[in-house]
Design a protein. Structure first.
Length: 87
């Protein structure tokens, strides 16, 4: 069941249409895999990813989000300055 969920999740990420249906199928498959084996950590992690995708959770800018360039509003720490800005 977990593999079926992975296939549906991959389809949701790659297809332009029908993403909601693929995510619903992936979520159902991951939940089914967890019901069969409650210790299945891989299915739990994949379910979490599918649920996050379904809620349209976007990564932060410091995690490579929509503005991952140095100095973006999410950038902090080493390498966050503009190139050539010195120490």
């Amino acid at each position: 069941m977990s593999l079926l969920g992975v296939i549906n999740f991959a389809s949701a990420l790659s297809e332009a249409q029908g993403q909601d249906a693929y995510l619903a199928d992936a979520t159902a498959a991951f939940r089914g895999a967890i019901e069969l084996d409650s210790d299945n950590a891989e299915a739990k992690a994949n379910l979490e990813l599918a649920l996050q995708k379904g809620q349209s959770i976007q990564p932060t800018e410091s995690a490579g989000g929509p503005n991952p360039s140095p100095g973006g509003s999410g950038a902090q720490g080493a390498g966050a300055g503009s190139p050539g800005s010195g120490y």
